[in-house]
Design a protein around this ligand. Sequence first.
Ligand code: URP
Ligand code: ZN
Ligand code: ZN
Length: 488
Amino acid sequence: MTTPTLDFDLTIRNGRISTDSTTFFADIGVREGVIVAIAKNLPKGKRDIDATDRWVLPGGIDSHCHVEQLSGMGMMCADDFYSATVSAAFGGTTTIIPFAAQHRGNQIPEVVASYAKLAAEKAVIDYGIHLILADPTEEALTTHLPAVIREGITSFKIYMTYDRMKLDDYQILDVLEVAGREGALVMVHAENNDMIRWIAKRLVERGLTAPKYHAVAHTPLAETEATNRAVALATLMDVPLLIVHVSGLEAVRVIHSAQALGLPIHAETCPQYLFLTAEDIDLPGTEGAKFCCSPPPRDPESQEAVWQGLINGTLQMFSSDHAPYRYDTSGKLPKGEATTFKDMANGVPGIEVRLPLLFSEGVLKERMSIERFVAVTATNHARTYGLYPRKGTIAVGSDADFAIWNPEKKVTISTSMLHDNVGYTPYEGKQITGWPEVVISAGRVVVENGSLHAERGSGRFIKRGTPEPVLRQRLSGNPNSIMRKYFS
Ligand code: URP
Ligand code: ZN
Ligand code: ZN
């Protein structure tokens, strides 16, 4: 606890504060966007917020969301930086890290510069940027990647699937090597492309084209195999790796086994794997398209394994993988009623309901502690992606990013209450308890009384430092590393 010495721009009073390790009652003093005091009975600020009976948590960090981005299938997201960040803020998230997507033939510096411009013009909360890397040419590996890492883009996502995005194993080794050398983190979409392609072709030939066959084509084995292979490739290169959007029981087991061997294999999951199953996709006509993402929601056993993995630490992060596509020809139904599961945009929205869903069903239903909630929704993202301790915690010196939760508020999720531009939610009608009523970004009250109080373009680009994946310190890595022995 620190004793205040000067006036505060903002004081948050009497709140029940949680970090990833502790919960306590105190006031928080904020000056120039930064927390400058945490103590009881702080003097009044220029603005005082009474948080009696409220839970004051670090603002969420959503480190996996797709915003104003062209997908691997060539479809543009329905959310731009304005609608996505407004929606994020209303759901208690104060920092997002979406993707500047390189497609084959694109030059990384141009991709990043144009994406950064879109964000700077529209974002209402702070943001970092990851790179999606689809064309690891010699120039990209030796010049462009090191340059963007120096600019604070210290993580990049690669794909093992999608014909237009996927890297082969040799390319993945190249990328891992650069990441290891330059201190960046590789995030991998782990699904076996040929398994999916092979099954999908035969399903379509037999006329089995409804959305539910998306989950058949994206067999859990495709995820298990690719996860296993990604772990092997990272082990060979002796670098940390992050497996994104983990959905299946076997994938969780592969990750857990790697960690048990001391390998720094990190993993993330998303609301669709905790709150949906493959049954939700089985709807008449094309309606199931609203639930199709890759990997798809699985069976109840996998759903439970993902819950357990998030609770017990096998999975360190809970992100939205918000992939906003409208239920029309711009996204989910490019061929109208004739759209097959192969044609539709992959992905589900979730940037606004990510935190409320987990708060209600995880914390209030006593499946996870509030400290674990803070870890998987904020702190672990900050550490893993080089934002800590500036973001992801409540501490003197950290940015004043808060979500002030009413833990008793009853909410029925509906499209009409959300602020994205998608036009549906897979969670329509779900009743939850708890909502972040006041949201503060760098000391600015951006959401209060159900209204937005932030200007377009007021969010800041946050240059990220070297990722410190949360398992790196705990796990020792590969003792027989060929990289260490021959190539370091
Ligand atoms: O289906 C999904 N998850 N779409 C978004 C793109 C990705 O692979 O994360
Ligand atoms: Zn992905
Ligand atoms: Zn994604």
